[in-house]
Design a protein around this ligand. Sequence first.
Ligand SMILES: NC(=O)c1ccc[n+]([C@@H]2O[C@H](COP(=O)([O-])OP(=O)(O)OC[C@H]3O[C@@H](n4cnc5c(N)ncnc54)[C@H](O)[C@@H]3O)[C@@H](O)[C@H]2O)c1
Length: 363
Amino acid sequence: MVNNQIDPSFWKGKRVFVTGHTGFKGSWLSVWLHNLGANLTGFSLAPDTQPSLFSEIEKDLSMTSIIGDIRNLEALKEAMTRANPEIIFHMAAQPLVRYSYDHPLETFQTNIIGTANLLEICRSLKELKSVVVITTDKVYENEEWVWAYREPDALGGYDPYSSSKACAEIVTSAMKRSFFSSPTSACIATVLAGNVIGGGDWALDRIVPDVVRAFQKSEVVSLRNPQAIRPWQHVLEPLSGYLTLAQKICTGERDIFGSAWNFGPDSQNAVPVEKLVSLLAEHWPGVRWQVDQGQHPHEAFYLKLESSKAKHYLEWVPRWGIEKTAHMTMDWYRGYYKKESSAFGLCTSQINEYVRNKNYVTS
Ligand SMILES: NC(=O)c1ccc[n+]([C@@H]2O[C@H](COP(=O)([O-])OP(=O)(O)OC[C@H]3O[C@@H](n4cnc5c(N)ncnc54)[C@H](O)[C@@H]3O)[C@@H](O)[C@H]2O)c1
């Protein structure tokens, strides 16, 4: 089998339910699943950025898009029961660390109760085969050491966001052991990716959208933690892992695949924020940045992910190194702002390039 192989014949006509489809990763996943011919339903809050990737691509997508709140058990149940999915990707979350300091309860309710609601409803879905719950690299108790975190490492989380996602891991594990242990029940996995970048993200308080907004207004970008090291990866890297895993779950051994999976980049992609910004600037000359000297809430300094398990069992490997990732990201935004193609067209052509770029890291 070719590494990272996503089999179009497997996905054609599959009933797939995506929560968080109006977000950055959910929009890219929806384009990919649409192109694979899946029968797609999404459930999320309305997009909350301007512009928003989902609003840009919606007209080109063949999917049932439901606007609703995962904290509302009845609304979620109605949507999931009607869609009767075979595969679920659960991405809906409050995903921002700094926002979570201002809104801890909303973060806990969305990320913990929302996940519990989804899994509770899964118990009654008779044709469900595979559930992929998206958490984050921040679920690990961060020891601020140079080593990369592995799936058996301790869960933790300093801030409300990280701890809410660690709780989502524990809730998922408990629901799985309590209600999904028979060989005929759905198989549930959790997936942990690094800091995902790519075109079409306009969220607040994320480095690439901050840089793009500053570029657009010819402003200087303020960097809060220029030396902080993050495992940067293009959005298509973890998405290819999620698709590969869901496919394997439906066709393989549930004992292996129904577990936690890191999908991080190779170690050369774990670079300081300042290095990433300098790489982005190579593709959009004129960018300037400065260090923001203000007081900021705690954020982890070192964070690296070890993905040997995914490489071994799923034959998943990262394909794009840090330079290529920066290049593809800025190419997308340039194409969008210069109206070279629609947002849907830009996503599709990058997905096609990613799929062609078989099994090695290209810089
Ligand atoms: N972007 C990253 O670098 C990154 C890294 C690791 C993990 N993740 C995880 O990936 C997932 C997607 O993140 P993203 O970057 O696309 O974030 P995003 O903010 O762009 O999207 C979040 C999505 O969740 C939906 N949502 C939020 N609260 C909801 C609620 N109460 N009910 C229904 N829908 C709700 C939003 O409407 C949106 O569709 C999240 O679970 C996030 O924690 C993201």
